[in-house]
Write a protein that binds this ligand. Structure first.
Ligand SMILES: Cc1ncc(COP(=O)(O)O)c(C=O)c1O
Length: 438
């Protein structure tokens, strides 16, 4: 057999394996868990990953470069940069703000506005890079800050806004960008939960100076673990790339020195200290990390990206089924809301139990969990209530009472495409069962 024939056989076996596995899956209510999230993939993803492994290059290579181009084209931005997680993407984006080469460079202690209901690794890079977080409250229902809340937080020290599109629900990006322009603020959009959501007809993650994405298994598309940054500015793209890749000065997708040893490297370093002709591959222009994914992950990402429209359709169908059910119980719950110009690609279905409800969050969630219906708390709720942040230097605007309410009484339910119509039927029936008794 030649190589192509062996590859074909491997592909056929993968298809057979995945088909058999799907056939063997059955759903018995209560006995089998309804997960809140999980990877949804077919033989194509496995074939792409195995194919990439068999190609024998494991670090970032041609698959990763193709993914970056395809992802940038999907978003309609100039550059995208693949990373090993959404957390890494946030760390790189915030680290880039203090890079020497960044023309709007921030200084230690500069203030960055962000919402109190957040994900830890959206918030942490603000602290890790020596900036001062300024926390604003969110509205219950959208779980995003409103424009007045953000405006109220701006002082002469404010240099940036890190805004997170909560569970896929878009922020008022047109208005936020107008505000940012007026006050000369940098905007970073955490779009980890919101790939495909739009505001004013434009994809979120394409408004700000940089946007971050996560491809962890719970997200709209997955590479197992993974993430990306979207960035229009070419200079900022090179800084992010450098920070991802140890801080090195190299910027060519494929090393020009390796391709053409007789030609001088197209990049020159400004440093007068390094010996003349020092190999550019070992010159460092940023304080960097290694936050690259493995090549096979990006091969999976390329297949998943093509499925985004169908994934979003299914997520929103499941969302609407839950909405229809919970609308009958509005006296007990604050239902999810989005802004008039927003078209969310929902990550999950958020709910907050009203103060007047005759049951607690714990009562409701344990009823669901006992019937094997998974739920999740609203990430960190109010982040500053967590032990890690005690004694931290930050500023808050207002009392953050809604963020505290989220901490106490909010949660979300799963809507991912792996929840079949049958499973969703069981979930809504279980919800009604509990609520008819209260
Ligand atoms: C809003 C938000 N930002 C950042 C992250 C971090 O992404 P990752 O898990 O890929 O590090 C997550 C994780 O799920 C998230 O939900």
């Amino acid at each position: 057999m030649n190589f192509d024939e062996i590859r074909n056989q491997i592909d056929e076996l993968i298809t057979l394996y995945i088909e058999k596995r799907e056939e063997s899956k059955t759903f018995t209510p209560v006995e089998n868990k309804v997960q809140y999230a999980g990877p949804v993939y077919g033989p194509e993803e496995i074939k792409a990953m195995i194919g990439s492994i068999l190609d024998g290059w494991f670090g970032v290579g041609k698959q990763a470069r193709a993914f970056e181009q395809e992802f940038a084209a999907f978003l309609g931005v100039k550059n995208s940069l693949v990373t090993n997680s959404g957390s890494s993407a946030n760390l790189i984006a915030l680290s880039a703000l203090k890079a020497n080469e960044f023309r709007r460079k921030l200084e230690p202690g500069d203030e960055i506005i962000t919402q109190a209901v957040t994900f830890p690794t959206t918030f942490n890079p603000i602290i890790q890079n020596g900036f001062t977080p300024v926390l604003v409250d969110v509205d219950l229902g959208t779980y995003n800050p409103n424009i007045e809340q953000i405006e109220r937080a701006i002082t002469s020290k404010t240099k940036a806004i890190v805004i997170l599109h909560q569970l896929g629900n878009p922020n008022a990006m047109t208005e936020i960008m107008d505000l940012a322009k007026k006050h000369d603020l940098i905007v970073i959009e955490d779009t980890c939960d919101a790939l495909g959501s739009t505001y004013d007809g434009k994809l979120v993650g394409t408004f700000g100076d940089m946007a971050t994405f996560s491809f962890y298994v719970a997200h709209h598309m997955t590479m197992g673990e993974g993430g990306a940054i979207a960035v229009n500015d070419n200079g900022l793209n090179l800084i992010c790339r450098s920070i991802r890749d140890w801080g090195r000065a190299c910027a060519c997708p494929i090393c020009e020195v390796v391709k053409n040893p007789d030609k001088p490297c197209p990049f020159k370093t400004k440093s007068g200290i390094l010996p003349e002709g020092y190999d550019i591959r070992y010159v460092y222009t940023n304080i960097g990390y290694n936050l690259k994914p493995m090549e096979f992950q990006t091969a999976m990402g390329r297949v998943q990206l093509k499925k985004i429209p169908e994934f979003i359709k299914k997520r929103n169908e499941n969302f609407n089924r839950l909405l229809k059910t919970f609308k009958d119980y509005e006296e007990y719950f604050i239902l999810p809301e989005s802004l008039p110009k927003a078209e969310p690609a929902w990550f999950a279905f958020p709910l907050t139990i009203k103060d007047s409800a005759p049951f607690s969050r714990r009562d409701f969630l344990s009823y669901l969990e006992k019937r094997n219906v998974e739920t999740r708390l609203f990430f960190a709720g109010n982040i500053i209530r967590h032990p890690a942040y005690l004694g931290l230097n930050f500023r808050t605007v207002g009392s953050l009472s809604n963020a505290d309410k989220v901490l106490r009484d909010s949660f979300f339910m799963g809507i991912y495409p792996g929840i079949s119509s049958e499973k969703m039927g069981f979930v809504t029936e279980t919800v009604r069962e509990f609520l008819k008794e209260v």
